[in-house]
Design a protein around this ligand. Structure first.
Ligand code: 4AD
Ligand code: MG
Length: 477
């Protein structure tokens, strides 16, 4: 079996040879005595044109009647056609139908809206848009690993079930153990016993993780820090969960985060690492997904390729929070209006982030040294006593894509902060222990992987860069 990607990669090796290709129908054109089937096998973005003739195929009429998305196996000779639009075509000797596609296939040829496609989660990977997005997502994930692996970072798998609230924002999903006895019974037998009505058993929602409260993690950072104090440079890359009930284009309840943690490093090292990583991923995607990017550039975001090329080759802007607030205040003085008023101390809103990166700096921008009140407990307190060594990376079109910081490595300062925030010191004993046994300067960040994929594809809604999104009201299958 030959993959279509192999044909495009090395046409000379296959020209004139007999091959077999298996894939799904994109279109069928029947010209009575001959016809064309365009086939895609998922191995690459491009389709294979299969030419069939009534004379050769005894089941010509069967094939000519196939619907979009039928699964076919085509055997024939690869004919080189250097003068034509496609560099080659398959002259079919036989075609067999592996599985028909029913005539009510919901994704017929006409272009469907992304909103409609969200209702077709099982079928949408077959469309051009989603084939482009999800191949780029895959390549981006691989390039995250290659970036860190090439630099000697150790990949740590941090737990999904945890007792600690890393961000202290209380946006966690609680884990509850269900006893099989309590699981709602909807079997026929149970229905019959309850007089024909389906009956839900009593569920004890207070049952916790073997007697202790536990939640789905919001971040692997605290666990990654443990490993950074042993391996120096580590990263975790896995699913994280936030119970924030915000129905926006850039928030999901389940999303993937890339979190490196580096020892003997400060905030500047952290930003350099983040910038290098983003550039590496952009370069890999431009290198390995030219067809996908060309399609997205044409149909989704006309400036995509130009923007990515520019970002890969220029420095990111760096500005302190205090300077950023001045820039925003200046803009207001000059007549720009924000929905949310600007003053020192506010948490920057998406509109502010987007103004800074889109209107002012016009490139990815790190904002550093945020007020201590609006950031998490673990960030290192600056000498001014008012700000912490945090760095968020903002990008045009999205806003915050990375949140990072230098960590508080001083035991006394950390313990004071935990007490100030009214957190339970017992819960952070392990974390504080790291400051007792060989503490060192260290830093790290969290990259929202879906936001990166949005940035790499120009796709505007996070629901369209996740294979099966988990957003408010969306957990079907
Ligand atoms: O800024 P956040 O909350 O930082 C942390 O969780 C740190 N513990 C990371 C670290 O330093 N190791 O989240 C990091 C990033 C955000 O910049 C954003 O890109 C993404 O995670 N993110 C979300 N992405 C999609 N949906 C959500 N609900 C998200 N919340 C955060
Ligand atoms: Mg953040």
């Amino acid at each position: 079996r030959t993959k279509i990607a192999q044909l495009f990669a090395d046409v000379d090796a296959f020209g004139g040879k007999e091959i077999t290709v298996a894939g799904w129908v994109r279109s069928v054109r029947d010209m009575k005595n001959f016809g064309f089937v365009t086939l895609n096998d998922g191995s690459c973005f491009r389709d294979l044109q299969v030419v069939m003739s009534r004379e050769t195929l005894e089941n010509y009429d069967e094939i000519a009647a196939q619907n979009v998305s039928a699964a076919l196996i085509c055997k024939g000779t690869l004919k080189l056609t250097p003068e034509a639009q496609q560099p080659f075509e398959l002259t079919a000797e036989s075609i067999s139908v592996e599985g028909i596609s029913a005539p009510d296939y919901p994704l017929q040829k006409k272009r469907a809206t992304v909103e409609f496609l969200r209702t077709q989660q099982h079928l949408r990977p077959r469309t051009n848009l989603f084939r482009a997005v999800f191949r780029i997502r895959s390549v981006a994930a691989a390039s995250i690993h290659s970036f860190f692996q090439d630099r000697g970072f150790v990949y740590v798998n941090t737990p999904i079930i945890t007792a600690s609230d890393c961000e202290g924002a209380g946006e966690m999903f609680r884990v509850t153990a269900l006893d099989m006895e309590d699981v709602p019974r909807v079997s026929e037998k149970a229905a019959a016993e309850s007089g024909g009505e389906l009956h839900a058993g009593e569920v004890d929602w207070s049952r916790d993780f073997f007697g202790k409260p536990a939640s789905l993690t919001v971040s692997g950072q605290l666990n990654a820090e443990n490993f950074a104090m042993a391996f120096g440079d580590v990263y975790t890359f896995g699913p994280t969960f936030r119970a924030e009930n915000s129905n926006t284009k850039r928030h999901a309840a389940e999303f993937w985060m890339v979190e490196p943690e580096i020892a003997f490093a400060d905030l500047e090292d952290d930003m350099n690492l983040a910038e290098d990583m983003l550039k590496h991923v952009i370069n890999e995607v431009m290198d390995r997904c030219p067809d996908e990017l060309a399609m997205l550039n044409k149909f989704v975001d006309k400036g995509l390729i130009e923007r990515l090329t520019h970002v890969a080759t220029s420095d990111f802007a760096r500005v302190t929070y205090t300077e950023a607030v001045s820039i925003l205040e200046d803009a207001v003085a000059k007549g720009h209006t924000f929905e949310y008023p600007v003053s020192w101390g506010i948490d920057l809103q998406t509109e502010h982030e987007r103004f800074l990166t889109e209107e002012h700096f016009k490139r990815p921008t790190f904002v550093t040294d945020y007020p201590v009140e609006i950031k998490a407990f673990y960030m290192r307190l600056n000498d001014d006593g008012k700000t912490v060594a945090a760095a968020d990376c903002l990008v045009p079109g999205i806003g915050e894509i990375i949140g990072g910081s230098q960590r508080e490595e001083r035991l006394d300062v950390l313990e004071r902060r935990i007490a100030e925030l009214g957190m339970d010191p017992a819960q952070y004993k392990y974390y504080c222990d790291l400051r007792r046994y060989g503490s060192c300067r260290h830093a790290g960040f969290g990259l929202g992987f879906e936001r990166l994929v949005m940035y790499l594809t120009g796709v505007q809604n996070i629901r369209d860069v996740i294979p099966h999104p988990r957003t408010v009201g969306n957990a079907e299958f």
